[in-house]
Design a binder for this molecule. Structure first.
Ligand code: PLP
Length: 441
């Protein structure tokens, strides 16, 4: 006889197949095999599923659970705020204390010019808000023709209509038969193309340029050291707003509060989400410099006609404040920097051990490892998905990136990870590569 709990799991699997349309997932895989994990609990860097299997969350789930799973301190704050005031509207100048305190805290943490925050529920909304606010800024300045948005190849900015339109990874754009107008793309490492595109289109037609300080979903691509200085200069020369998408790189992921700090430049607007609450609540936003905020104070229409029901959600903002306190008091940014070096050293050790490992790269706790055949070319059929499956069986969650002909595994564990846990992660990855390498004809 099968134990009852197996019946329960079977039931969950069937219900999942029949009723749950998963985000960014293979529908065929779900229909053939059901959900690959049904998680029920998380502790630190570990997740446990309903079958009792424990795995290392080597992706911080979606690059967001920075303080790790199961932090009861955050749960306590959420409970207290939910019980007192879960939510009240922030439209029509209504406010609440957590939203006020969080906007002030963000102004303290971000670069000195970023002063005011518009809140959203996540990263896609943050990016859409940035495009609309950038265009409205130019309307206020009497230049409504400045409306084009430039982004980079290999970029990922989310899935709402504006965010998809700005996303450089083509498969995401091609998923929808039509997109928002006025979006343009330039090479992700070569600033010359940005200059050429601006000249070709006319600087007077361009509102903003948006970039992730380190490209995440596109395969952890780290820009050359001088890239952002050059890009910022081009933006300043042409009066184009420079927007950073810190949805992944914000709040310690790269070993600094914000990824752009590695490059010694400051943005005009900054989008954030994910790590602001470590996934304990849905929250994002876009920050504006004092100068842009001053223009908005002179609003032409009298009303900022842009707002989400959950902009400034009291419980989510209270959770963010607690999460940021944990990042600060536990020095998780310092840990991301030092454990990032451990992770990169581990990946380089793997590289030295396996012929099929090509480039390895990383900044803080964002890293990537590429796979190549004996001629240093890409395999005809990518091997990274097989290695990711093998790693999952052996207790490690990581992600394969095969967009744009890549064959890469990305890794981004929680910022609380220890040296010993990095060692386990590397060992599982090494064993998984060995297993798959042995099967390549
Ligand atoms: N921007 C970046 C850089 C991201 O990585 C993501 C999500 O992965 C987004 C925006 C979209 O955020 P969300 O999924 O919260 O809408």
């Amino acid at each position: 006889m099968m134990p009852n709990w197996m019946d329960d799991i079977r039931e969950l699997e069937e219900l999942d197949k029949n009723h749950f349309l998963h985000p960014t997932s293979s529908i065929q895989q779900q229909q053939d095999a059901g959900p690959s994990f049904i998680f029920k609990e998380g502790r630190g860097v570990y997740l446990e599923d309903v079958k009792g299997k424990i795995v290392i969350d080597g992706m911080s789930s979606l690059w967001n659970v920075n303080v790790g799973h199961g932090r009861s301190e955050i749960g306590e704050v959420a409970k207290e705020q939910m019980t007192k005031l879960a939510y009240s509207s922030c439209f029509a100048t209504f406010s609440n204390e957590p939203a006020i305190r969080l906007s002030a805290k963000l102004a303290e943490l971000a670069s000195s010019d970023l002063m005011a925050t518009f809140f959203t529920s996540g990263g896609s909304e943050a990016n859409d808000s940035a495009y609309k606010l950038a265009r409205h800024y130019w309307m206020l300045k009497g230049k409504p023709e400045r409306k084009k948005i430039i982004s980079r190849t290999k970029s990922y900015h989310g899935v709402s209509m504006g965010a998809t339109s700005a996303t450089g990874l083509k498969p995401f754009r091609e998923f929808s038969s039509s997109l928002a107008p006025d979006f343009y793309y330039v090479d992700h490492v070569e600033p010359v193309m940005l200059r050429e595109l601006i000249e070709a289109e006319g600087p007077e037609t361009i509102a903003a340029f948006i970039a992730e300080p380190v490209q995440g979903a596109g395969g952890v691509h780290i820009a050359p050291a001088t890239y952002f200085k050059e890009v910022k200069e081009i933006c300043v020369e042409n009066e184009i707003l420079f927007i950073t998408d810190e949805v992944i790189t914000g709040f310690g992921r790269t070993g600094k509060w914000f990824g752009i700090e590695h490059y010694g430049v400051t943005p005009d607007m900054m989008c954030f989400a994910k790590g602001v609450t470590s996934g304990y609540a849905q929250l994002g936003g876009v920050m504006l410099t004092e100068q842009i905020h001053e223009e908005f104070k002179k609003l032409s229409t009298g009303t900022l006609l842009h707002g989400y029901t959950y902009s400034g959600h009291a419980m989510a903002c209270a959770v963010a404040l607690k999460n940021l306190e944990l990042i600060e008091t536990e020095n998780l940014i310092g840990n991301a920097e030092s454990m990032g070096k451990e992770l990169l050293a581990g990946l380089m050790w793997i590289q030295a051990n396996h012929k099929i490992v090509g480039e390895v790269r990383g900044l803080g706790l964002m890293a990537a490892i590429e796979f190549v055949d004996e001629d240093q070319k890409k395999f005809q059929t990518p091997v990274s998905p097989l290695i990711v499956n093998e790693a999952a069986k052996r207790g490690l969650i990581c992600r394969s990136v095969i967009f744009d002909g890549q064959d890469t595994i990305v890794i981004a564990p929680p910022l609380i990870i220890t040296k010993e846990e990095i060692g386990n992660l590397i060992r599982i990855l090494d064993d998984s590569i060995k297993e798959i390498e042995g099967k390549i004809p």
